[in-house]
Design a protein around this ligand. Structure first.
Ligand code: GDP
Length: 452
């Protein structure tokens, strides 16, 4: 996902600012200009970027910040908040309730991934115990019904459509009525994404919407549409009451910044993202954890939730204790590598941390990453207990490094690379020092503290 590059550029800009001895107007401006450039290159609309810059400057008034204030933290927090504001329209979208019939209509241009996303959305809810159904109201594109039928059959979701009927409004109404009678609680209506002219497409959407009275209209947008995102999203919003956005193909080479623009144009939140062609390549979208990850801050609230969810109760205190001590030894790294390789519960937890996942195990290169981890572990097998249990980097002098290389049949260069990896992970781990062990439900406060 190229958004990760955006995150990298923003993190680097913040890091450069942090490295400056004094944070003055020039250093702040350089940092903001760098962030502006990164956002524009990621296809975020110009006006949004300019507003963000102005807002940060309003919040961070360097003259008013007395000495002793941690300017770096205040600026970082302001950037975090502004990015969240861009992605959060301030009001949640309508959320369907289980057991109570809701009609959800999908709109978007042809090729945006609308039909695929309808099924993903239905499948997601079906797995959570809903009774979804799909209605194909796209009579314009030949093959649209077949595609929906195929997807729905694969996912064992009831569907409705017609090869003969050419009136999309009629089909939509019939489908919704039928599934209401069958007590489906989530009726999803897929609409056409293309017409001879745009005006006809929007008119048809309006008619389907008036006839089916959807509780929620979801606008599906391809993440690769770039700067056109804002105008396209706005055009849909002007025709029907868009209440939520789903951004697709976030797994591709798209810059993804258009998602931010679509939120601004529709004043509706992104609720899911599509991350592949398969049915389950679909993720719930939450603003704060997303921006945290984007800025390489780690998804702390998700991380803690995951610990409670997947780590056996009896192992939780020990793990949290180690985290709160912040002392990352090579032995802990070894144990976590074992977990990652087994992908056991704790492995799953650690794969949520930025350093453990994105860099150590990049998506699509799992095999290589596993080989690397195994290599590191072989080298660690040649270490003494003292070396494994120490968190003092100075202990690892030249003669120890040479001994480990000889013992494991590896190059000195490789041992040094492994120790560099250790230092990098130790830095991430140290951020958790002093971690107050929260009870379930106290996560958001924790996330605020960690992100500050
Ligand atoms: P529609 O014309 O808007 O209904 O679009 P389709 O659902 O037919 O999707 C168009 C193409 O995009 C198909 O080849 C889908 O498999 C593909 N697609 C949809 N969503 C995603 C996604 O999240 N990631 C990737 N890589 N491809 C997707």
């Amino acid at each position: 996902m190229v958004l990760a590059q955006l995150g990298g550029s923003i993190s680097r800009a913040i890091q450069q600012m942090s490295n400056a001895t004094i944070i003055d107007e020039k250093v702040l401006n350089d940092c903001l200009n760098e962030i502006t450039r990164a956002l524009l290159q990621s296809d975020v609309q110009f006006k949004l970027v300019r507003d963000m810059q102005t807002n940060i400057k309003k919040i961070v008034n360097l003259d008013d910040l007395a000495a002793g204030h941690n300017k770096r933290k205040i600026i970082q927090q302001a950037i975090f908040n502004e990015l969240c504001k861009m992605l959060d329209p301030g009001k949640p979208s309508f959320t369907p309730k289980k057991g109570k019939t809701s009609v959800v209509m999908f709109v978007g241009l042809q090729g945006s991934g609308k039909t695929t996303t309808c099924t993903k959305y239905a499948y997601y809810h079906q797995k959570k115990g809903w009774k979804p159904a799909l209605v194909c109201a796209d009579t314009f594109r030949a093959g649209a019904f077949d595609q929906l039928k195929q997807n729905a059959t694969k996912a064992k979701i009831p569907f409705y459509g017609s090869y003969m009927e050419s009136d999309p409004v009629k089909i939509a109404v019939e489908g919704v009525e039928r599934f209401k009678k069958e007590n489906c609680d989530l009726i999803i209506v897929d609409t056409s994404g293309r017409h001879k002219q745009e005006a006809a497409l929007f008119e048809e959407m309006r008619q389907v919407s008036e006839a089916t009275k959807p509780d929620l209209v979801i606008f599906v947008m391809d993440s690769s549409i770039g700067q056109a995102a804002f105008d396209q999203a706005q055009a849909f919003k002007q025709s029907v009451a868009v209440g939520a956005v789903i951004v697709t193909k976030m797994d591709g080479h798209a810059k993804g910044g258009g998602a931010l623009s679509a939120v601004a144009a529709t004043k509706s939140p992104v609720i899911f993202i599509g991350t592949g062609e398969h049915m389950d390549e679909f993720e719930v979208f939450d603003v704060k954890p997303f921006v945290s990850r984007l800025l390489g801050m780690g998804d702390w609230s998700g991380f803690m939730d995951k610990i409670h969810e997947v780590v056996p109760m009896d192992q939780q205190p020990e793990l949290l204790q180690k985290l709160s001590e912040g002392n990352f030894t090579l032995r802990i790294m070894y144990e976590q590598f074992q977990n990652i390789l087994k992908m056991g519960p704790i492995g799953q937890v650690f794969s949520m941390l930025p350093g453990f996942s994105a860099e150590l195990m990049p998506k699509g290169r799992e095999k290589e990453s596993q080989a690397k981890i195994k290599r590191y572990m072989t080298m660690m097998d040649s270490m003494t207990n003292e070396e494994l249990d120490s968190s003092n980097p100075k202990l690892m002098n030249e003669s120890r490094i040479m001994r480990i290389a000889r013992g494991s049949g590896r190059q000195v260069r490789e041992v040094m690379e492994m120790l560099e990896e250790y230092k990098r992970l130790a830095k991430i781990w140290s951020k958790m020092k002093g971690l107050k062990i929260p009870k379930k439900g106290e996560m958001s406060a924790l996330s605020r503290n960690m992100n500050a």
